[in-house]
Design a protein. Sequence first.
Length: 255
Amino acid sequence: MNAYVLLALLCIAGSTLTMSAMYLIYHRGIAIRLAALVSVCMCAVGIAAFILGKEGISLVTAGIGMAVIAPPVIVALAMMSRQIITPTKLMAEAAARIATGDVEQHLEIKGNDELGDMAAAFRRMIAYLQGMADSADRLAQGDLAAEINSQSDKDRLGNAFARMVAYQQAMAGAADQLAQGDVTVHTTPQSEKDRLGNAFHQMVGYLQDMAAAADRLAQGDVTTNVVSQSEKDMLGNTFQRMIAYQQGMAQAAER
């Protein structure tokens, strides 16, 4: 059998075995493409080496060897760049921009391999971050009607955001009740570090004390006592002066 025909058959058999093994292991994806690229390059190099070894090294055989090697290697590198390197680079650039806070990214990478799966997951992540950013914008404008849908029990950002929105909605509801004169509202601070919740809790307690004092005065009980919170406590200080005045009038009436 002609040596060149035998070499071609060996290359075909080796490539077929390599591709079959990769398919049985991975079934699809980048590994199969890489195996094909490696097989093509190895066959090209093997054929070129065989030609040089059999025919001897000369300008003609060297040119033939280069002609055999160059096209498949160039095609393999072009395919690797288009199908693997370029998509990977695009996702890396998008990830770098997201890391700087720019969530307005768009990935058009599609495929039935691991890179396609990664791009699809990337698009879902971008959509999720964009949703969180939109909700944060609405909250910053005072719109507490934003709805947060966490992705799972392990979604720390989404669950924390949902708790934050619920907390602010509760504070807004309490403020609405107070604005309508309802001082029976109850607020519970989330922790010792909850400045808003603790301040609200103290304010509600203060207004409830003022309302209770006003009720007692309305019933003629001038023995009530009000403690102002500071020199700037206009309501508390005014209440104290009013009580002192009514106590003086009561004492004068008794004499």
